[in-house]
Design a protein around this ligand. Structure first.
Ligand code: KG4
Ligand code: ZN
Length: 332
């Protein structure tokens, strides 16, 4: 059983092929055009998806050594994401499924991030908790089975990836700044500049206040010494990263206490952060959790995770019809 999966929710055009639950190919074309604008420009993303989608799909089929006629279903990201970007992948998938007379499978991008854990071993046992952290979302998800997930905590304002990227912008680092903060942080002192943690009840997060704290702190320091950022970039990045990770892991710890679940996974673009990966491993060792961290290639946006989610939906017989439309906001 071969499924072609397409991902186009933000600034990565990606296609993957999965055969009987095994990923055979995963092609990702990253749109570099956004770097010069300091963030993703939706209209440019849509145009770039249109340019990339055909060669990306062709390469995914070639890498998997199969032809279009060998496909049993086409899956695509229905949402959440940028509507214009989602439309490109959705329209492409619908046309291809219609032309080949095979079923269509709609996928929720955030659920697919969680299901990326089933691409390679070791795979988490059910039920598990997944901290899903990306440019647009910050969620703690309770996963009871591949198709049964519940958000038990989420951000009330900004996503943690957004906090990384916007803070990086204040530091004059190019977009996306998250990976650059990570790189500088590795050589800095995380205790150099302490920041107050936000108070947020329950399992929900807030990152808008801490973003403002970073802004005021930097403005004050630069007023006193215009060279402050350049001279202390490693310590600044380490301190900011330490604070963001602390906010995430404190809530995760609380979620473990409240649910009693000790199978813990992370997913989404920010799960590529080396500080988060190391801190989570350490916390897991100390508290007796089984921790699952995806390979780097399956952290940021990719179609392999869409294909994995599609595999479970195909097995459950969950298909959609040609009237389907993408959704910028999409619930579980
Ligand atoms: O999941 P993703 O690729 O796209 C969305 O669905 O949003 O996540 C992108 C986010 C960006 O905010 C990016 O800065 C962040 O993931 N990111 C990182 C790292 N790699 C990617 N943040 C911190 N450290 C990293 N190493
Ligand atoms: Zn994503």
């Amino acid at each position: 059983m071969n499924i072609l999966a397409i991902e186009s929710s933000c600034d990565e055009t990606s296609a993957a092929v999965i055969t009987n639950g095994n990923i055979r190919s995963n092609v990702v074309a990253t749109q570099l055009i956004h770097t010069q604008y300091g963030g993703v420009v939706p209209e440019l993303a849509s145009r770039a998806h249109q340019q990339h989608i055909l060669p990306v799909v062709d390469k995914a089929l070639n890498d998997a050594k199969i032809g279009k006629k060998d496909l049993d279903a086409i899956a695509f990201t229905k949402g959440p994401g940028l509507l214009g970007a989602l439309l490109v992948g959705t329209s492409f998938a619908k046309s291809m499924a219609l032309g080949l007379a095979i079923p269509l499978i709609e996928i929720n991008h955030m659920q697919a991030h969680v299901l990326a854990h089933f691409i390679d071993a070791p795979k988490p046992a059910f039920p598990f908790l997944c901290l899903t952290v990306s440019g647009g979302h910050t969620q703690i998800v309770k996963v009871t089975s591949p198709l049964d997930m519940e958000i038990i905590g989420e951000t009330r304002d900004d996503a943690v990836g957004e906090a990384f990227d916007k803070t990086a912008k204040l530091l004059d680092l190019p977009y996306p700044g998250g990976p650059l903060i990570d790189r500088y942080a590795a050589e800095g002192n995380p205790q150099a500049y302490p920041f107050p943690l936000p108070e947020m009840p329950g399992l929900d997060f807030s990152f808008s206040g801490i973003k403002t704290s970073f802004l005021y702190f930097l403005q004050k320091q630069v007023r006193q010494n215009p060279g402050f950022i350049k001279e202390n970039i490693k310590d600044i990045c380490a301190s900011i990263q330490y604070t963001l990770i602390d906010i995430l892991l404190k809530k995760l710890k609380k979620a473990v206490r409240e649910t009693g679940i000790r199978e813990i996974a992370i997913a989404g673009g920010v799960s590529a952060n080396s500080g988060l990966r190391n801190s989570l491993r350490e916390m897991g060792d100390q508290l007796g959790w089984n921790v699952y961290i995806p390979a780097f290639e399956y952290c940021t946006d990719n179609a392999a995770m869409i294909a994995m989610a599609a595999h479970f939906k195909y097995e459950a017989g969950e298909f959609c019809d040609q009237t389907v439309s993408p959704l910028a906001r999409m619930e579980f």
